[in-house]
Structure formats: C-alpha cells, structure tokens
Design a protein around this ligand. Sequence first.
Ligand code: SR1
Ligand code: MG
Length: 423
Amino acid sequence: MAKNASFEALTVETLPARLGALETLAGHLGKDVSAWRVREVGDGNLNLVFIVEGEKGSVVVKQALPYVRLVGESWPLPLKRSFFEYHALVRQEARAGKGSVPAILHFDEAQALIVMEFLTPHIILRKELIAGRQPPRIAEDLGLFVARTLFRGSDLHMTARERKVDLALFADNVELCDITENLVFTDPYFEATLNRHTPALDPLVAELRADRDLKVEAQRLKHLFAANAETLLHGDLHTGSIMVTDADTRVIDPEFAFYGPMAFDVGMLLSNFWMSYFSQSGHEQGGSREAMRAYLLETVTGIWSVFRAEFSRLWRTERTGMLYARSLFEDRSDALGAEQALDRVLHDLWQDLLGFAGVEAHRRILGLAHNADFETIENEAKRAVCEAKALRFGRHIAVNRRTIHSIEEVNALAALIEKGAYS
Ligand code: SR1
Ligand code: MG
C-alpha cells in the first residue's frame, strides 16, 4: 500500500461526519453531531488545528499534514510526527505532572490526529507577551516543567534499558530533527534559499555570516544537538508552544521530541524571553514597556533558578539511573562528591544553554521561521533596531558562553544592549 494511503486531511465540513462516531468525542461534545461547531485555527508552521464545540463541551483536534504548511506541498514532511507528539505528551504528563500538558482524549496514528482537551481561556504565551501582559506563574511552572521532564527522561533517573528502548522509538523522528539541524544551526549563517530578514539588517547580517568564531560555535552546538542523546526533549520549546492563564501554564506541541542535550530546551526557552525583551520597544505605542522589560528579565532569572533548585532536588532524591551512581557517592558517605558532580553537570548545562539561546535568536531573525514578537512590529525601521539588538546579544552569548558566569551577567548584557551601550 502506498505511504499515507488511507490518510485524508480533515476539513471544517468533513470533521463532524468523520469523528462523530468516536465515543470519547461524543462524550465530551454531545451526541448531536449536527450541533457541533468547527473552526480551523491553526496558525503554526506545520499542522491543521480545529476547535470543535458541541452542546456539552469543546475539544481540539490537531492533525498533521504530509507537508510543511508554511511552505506548501513542495516540502513533504512525514505524518509520523503526530505519533512522536502523542508519545511525548504521554511522557511529559507522567514526568511533569497532570495539568502540565493538555489531556489527550484520542489518538489516531493513520490519520495523524490527536484529539485533546481544549484549553480555555488560555492564550498563547507569545501573544500575551506581545500584548504587554505579565502572567504571574510562568517562571515557577516552566522552571519545574523543564527540570522534571529533562531529569526524569535521562539516564540520571531511568533504567538503562527503559531509556535505550525509548531512545530507539524517538530516533525515527529524523525529518523534524533535520528541520532543526538546518534551520537553527546552519541556514542562518549563509544565504540559504528560504531565509529572509528585514532589509535594513543587511550590513549586520553580512558581518555575522563572515564571523568565523560564530560559525564554528554554531556547528559545535549542532554537533552537541545531534550527538548527545541525553534526555527526551520537547524539541521546540518556545513561547508559542506554551498556553497560559494567570493561574495555569500548559506546554503544547512536542512534535519535535527526540533524545538530545538537556540544554537545548532550556536555551530555546530562555532565548524566546530575551527576544521578547528586545522586541518590547517596537510595541511601545500604547505606553512604556519598561515594566514589561523588567518582568521578562525577572522571568528568565526565575526560570533558571527554579530549574536549578528542582533539578538539584531531583538529583538528591531521584538519582536512580546508571549515571553518578549512589554506590560511588552517598552509599560511601561521600554526599559531597555527589554535590560536586551536580555542580559540574549544571555548569556544563549552563554553558551549552547560552549557546543554544544565541543561535535560536539568530534563526528567528535570519532564517525561515520568524517569530511574531518581531514580525508584528509594523514599522520596519523600528523592527530592524529591535532585531539588531537580539542578533548582537545572540552572537555575544553564543561565542562567549564559556566565560559568562551567571544569569545576572546575561541580563545585564541584555540591558546594556537595549540601552544602546554595547558595541
Ligand atoms: C519548517 S518548520 C519551522 C519551524 O516551525 C516549528 O515551530 C519549529 O520551530 C521549526 O523550526
Ligand atoms: Mg509547534
């Protein structure tokens, strides 16, 4: 049978008839399929997303397409990403706790669709930050989410067999890794066909593309990304993959999940807050964003400090895997040795996350997939000023990551660049 033979993309019109017989859906929405209201709301780069409302409630139906939605059918992309997303959601809920991701109601592998809880009144975090709102829980919730998923998905916690079997399962997510490998680590640093950038950035872009230290660092990071299968990553953890209310935080969209370096998720996440920081001056028509900028830097500090505290707690209480075995440390009355090892692990993670954060900022401004923080700044001259700051910041932290010692130092650098006092 041909690949994807039975697959058929849903439409607003066909969805009720095609999914109406599913008991779980009828249970959530009500049996009267003719009363279901369907909207397609997908605004991401890859998939279809429907909100379905019935007399009893509502659900989200997410369906993969056999190509990249952003580009079209000329860029085929396997439907199996939906399988990886489903399995990642299951693991993330088990590791970070119920309510950290949307609840799954149904998964259909052949149709590459996941039916899940409709999160309401949640809003995409990126949109909130662009609007200048300050959700109060995110530092705590996101710091815990990354610490728990990264620690519990690694050889620090899992048995060697369990992790290796899981590693084999996710190893097939080749095409989505390939997107990251090219779009994040390589394309921004040369004139790749699908790249685009704000024209006023031309001189700076030429400077960055001629920067040998930066290119070498980007390739070392790519090497780390591809070769260090340390833990199950979300793989695309930016502020567009997080939905919030003032009381709740959910991480969505882990279709890029695979086994990679812990620092990748943390670096991507923090980078998106730093980009938001540099974008704020482009959104100041409604008044000063000074308080918003302070909030964003506090959020970065908060996420990193919650992450470190929780990771350290798990290190002391759940280090049941084969790495840094207790038989070498605690069981030999050498708890201090375990603390020294923890320090080393966090130190390496810190240096790597700065690198990943730096290249993430570059690819969102120079590559194919831009982010709304900058894209929604209509005045092109203003947008270029914001983007240039983020580009310089990204270059500095990627290239100098081994000599930067604290989050306060990085935030001070961001503030310096924002004020125009850095060259
Ligand atoms: C072709 S996909 C472009 C980007 O969209 C996704 O959200 C990932 O960030 C990917 O790099
Ligand atoms: Mg996504």
